[in-house]
Design a protein around this ligand. Structure first.
Ligand code: HPA
Length: 245
C-alpha cells in the first residue's frame, strides 16, 4: 500500500475514497494526526497530514519518528512526500513541481534515528541516495502520463525553520549546491530509510527563496496560497496517475 504524507497546501486528498480514519499510537508518541485509509483510483492508499489536519504543527515540532513508525505499522510499501519549498535554482519558479534527488540537512535537534537509547546498538544506514530511485522514476513516469511538467532532480536543503531564511543564507545554500529549500524533508527521509521503506518526494515551489524574487523586498506571502492551491491540483493528478499505473 502506498502512503502519501501531505504538507502545506495538501492537508487532504479530495479524490480519496475514504474507507476509515485510524488514530494510532506508537512507541515514539503520537503521529501528526489520524491515518486516513482510502482508495485512489481503486488502489489502497493511506494519507497523513504532516502538520496535522488543522495545520497546527510547525516543521521542527513534527513527530517524524511517530509518523514514520505509524506508516511502518500500517505496512506501507512506499511513501511519497508532498512538500512545499522555496525555489533557489532560477528555473524553479513558483508553481514548479520537482522530484528531488539529493538532500543537504541543515536541521538540528530533531530526533533523526530509531536506533538510540541505552540498549540499542548503533546503526549507520547507507544514505548515499536519500530518495529511492525506482519510486522517483514512478513519479516522473506518472507525471509524463498525466501531461504535467515535473523537473527531474534537485538538491533539497532541509532547514530548521519555522522562520524563512535570510538572503545570505540562501546565497550560502546556493553555493552549497542546493536548488530548493524546505523545512520538513529531514529527518523524514532518513527515518523511512531506517525502516526500509522506499521514499521519494514531490516538491511544490511555493515562492522564490529569500532574495531570489525580481522584486527586492521580502517573500510575497499573498501569492503563496494561490500558487499552492493551483499546483496541488496538478500534484493530485500526478498521484492519480501513480495509482492508475
Ligand atoms: N524556505 C523554507 N521552506 C519553505 C520555503 C522557503 O522559502 N517555502 C516553502 N517552504
Amino acid at each position: 500500500m502506498l502512503a502519501i504524507i501531505g504538507g502545506s497546501g495538501l492537508t487532504q486528498l479530495a479524490s480519496l475514497d475514504l474507507i476509515r480514519r485510524e488514530v494510532v499510537r506508537t512507541p515514539f508518541g503520537e503521529p501528526s494526526g489520524a491515518l486516513t485509509f482510502g482508495r485512489l483510483c481503486s488502489r489502497p492508499v493511506v494519507f497523513l497530514a504532516r502538520h496535522g489536519y488543522g495545520h497546527t504543527i510547525p516543521p521542527h515540532r513534527v513527530n517524524y519518528q511517530a509518523n514514520l513508525w505509524a506508516l511502518h505499522q500500517a505496512k506501507v510499501d512506499a511513501i511519497i512526500s508532498v512538500a512545499s519549498v522555496g525555489g533557489i535554482r532560477a528555473d524553479l519558479c513558483p508553481g514548479s513541481l520537482v522530484v528531488p534527488h539529493q538532500i543537504i540537512d541543515y536541521t538540528w535537534g530533531r530526533k533523526s534515528t530509531f536506533h538510540e537509547g541505552s540498549e540499542a546498538p548503533v546503526v549507520h544506514v547507507d544514505f548515499t541516495d536519500p530518495y529511492e530511485q525506482a519510486l522517483r522514476q514512478r513519479i516522473l513516469r506518472a507525471a509524463a502520463a498525466a501531461g504535467e511538467a515535473v523537473a527531474d532532480g534537485a538538491v533539497y536543503a532541509a532547514t530548521q525553520g519555522p522562520r524563512l531564511e535570510t538572503a545570505a543564507e540562501i546565497n550560502r545554500l546556493e553555493r552549497d549546491g542546493c536548488d530548493v529549500v524546505g523545512m520538513t524533508g529531514m529527518p523524514e527521509a532518513v527515518l523511512a530509510r531506517e525502516l526500509g521503506i522506499p521514499y521519494a518526494a514531490i516538491n511544490v515551489v511555493a515562492n522564490y527563496a529569500a532574495g531570489r524574487a525580481a522584486r527586492a523586498s521580502g517573500i510575497c506571502f499573498d501569492s503563496i496560497d494561490t500558487v499552492l492551491r493551483e499546483a496541488m491540483g496538478r500534484v493530485r493528478r500526478v498521484l492519480d496517475h501513480i495509482c492508475e499505473a
